[in-house]
Write a protein that binds this ligand. Sequence first.
Ligand code: SF4
Ligand code: MG
Length: 325
Amino acid sequence: MLLEVRDLHVEFHTREGVAKAVNGVNYSVDAGETLAVLGESGSGKSVTAQAIMGILDMPPGKISGGEIVFKDRDLLKLRTEERRRIRGQEMAMIFQDALSSLNPVLSVGEQLGEMFVVHRGMSRSDAKVKAIELMDRVRIPAARERVGNFPHQFSGGMRQRIMIAMALALEPDLIIADEPTTALDVTVQAQVMDLLAELQRELNMGLILITHDLGVVADVADKIAVMYAGRIVETSPVHDIYRAPAHPYTKGLLRSIPRLDQKGQELYAIKGLPPNLLHIPPGCAFHPRCPMAQPVCRTDVPPLYTVDENRRSACHFWKETLDAR
Ligand code: SF4
Ligand code: MG
């Protein structure tokens, strides 16, 4: 396995108390595999990613337990230097907002080339050739002419391609993309997502795709982990989850995807809001919002039940949920 997150716990110590942002998360991704991590904001999906990358704000963020095993090493036991090297060369992250991640006063060619100058000791002119190659690879038209352009001279979709190029530059084994297309138009979203998926397959990288939108992952992900209030509530191969979700929260997320064949119909929304992490509801954290909640849900935290060989659901009533589709 390329990456295994084992029983990860992350806390944020605030003036009002301890927020349990990540509460015993387990997931894994292999080379050539895409794991989509799904959930609303505050579910812990980004915090888990930041813990993997080693870019968690600390303090107040603190990893209070667990292991992050990447290529047979527990990252949490490594020195800062070694983590920085891994972060530069073996894993890379793509963020939602390219404009704030790119340097506005350096040309994209300089920024891409910098990777090769710093990490591979290349000359500026060789690095520029590499930068053009990368821009070609992410299909930026007229790369040779545009290598000297600045980030603001590109469209949002093109900037996101440049972010992908930066992430791919050193051919990492793992890429984490946090809402990589959320800021883009729907048509551009699909193009960028397809490109990312294609390069991921070509380079046989592991990809963790973080999103709140189940609509974007169907074609690119192999498997899905759904998070709620710092825990994983369902894991499944991608196709099974669309066919028959085994958790009421996943079911709600699926029903809130806009569908072309139901134009004009009002979109379903899960009622209520995700919980405040300082006051996570007892029992199943989803119970105040769950249409299937029973008294036991208010008192007993559901374990991750085995639905079948490849699927888990943290719902006391996963069977009824499957049947009620
Ligand atoms: Fe709903 Fe209960 Fe299942 Fe939680 S355990 S998702 S409250 S039915
Ligand atoms: Mg986020």
